[in-house]
Design a protein around this ligand. Sequence first.
Ligand code: 5RP
Length: 233
Amino acid sequence: MSDELKRASAEAALEEVRSGMKLGIGTGSTAEFFVRALADKVAAGLDVIGVPTSERTAALCKELGVPLTTLDETPELDLTIDGADELDAELQLIKGGGAALLREKIVAAASTRMVVIADESKVVETLGQFPLPIEVMPFGLESTRRAVVKVADALALSGEVKLRMGTDGAPLVTDGGHYILDGHWGRIPDAVSLADRLAAIPGVVEHGLFIGLAKAAYVAGPAGVRKISPAAA
Ligand code: 5RP
C-alpha cells in the first residue's frame, strides 16, 4: 500500500517537470519512484539534466539513463523533487532518514523551487515524531553531542540524542564522511529556534530541519494525490 502511495506522489510530481529543466534529484524510496518515472519520460524524449543528492541516487540515475551533471558544473537548478520523513502544513520538513540531508539541503537551496513527494503518513501537525537527523563531524563527537543536548534542554525538548549506527555495527558514515546524531524528542514545537541553535554548534555540519525551502508537496493517500502549496511557502 505504502509503495503504491509513494509511486503515486512521485508520478504526480512529474507535472512540475518541463523539458530543458535542470533538476535536483532526491534520495530515498519515494525519490526512487520519481527517478524511475523520470527515466521513462527521458527515454520518451524529455530533455532534462539532474544533480543527484546521494551516491545511491546517482547510481540509480546512471542505471536508468537519466543524464547527470554536478552542482559545480550546474550551480543553479530549476526544480528539486525529494522525499521527506515528516512535513507539516507550512511545509517545514524533517529529512535525513536516508542520511543524505547535507547534499539534499545544498541541492534544494540551489534550486528555484523544491517540491516534496510523500505519502499521507508523513504529514504531521507538529514535527518531531521522526527522530531529527543531525549530521556532525566525527572529530569531537561527544562534545558536539553534549552541545546538542544542551540546545534541546534549553528548548525543553526531552529524549535521547543517539549516534546512528550502520549495519556493520560501526557508526554510519554519510556520503560526506560525517556521522549522524538522531534527536528522539517526540515533538519539536519551535522548529525555527531549534534549527538556528543547532546551526550555531561548531561540530554540526547540517541538520535535517528544512525550513522555508519546500514550495509545494504532492501527498498521496487512499483517496488520491493532493497538492499542498501554502501561500506563505
Ligand atoms: C534521505 C531523506 C529521504 O527523503 C527521507 O528519508 C524519506 O525517505 P523515504 O521516501 O524512503 O521514506 O531525507 O536523507
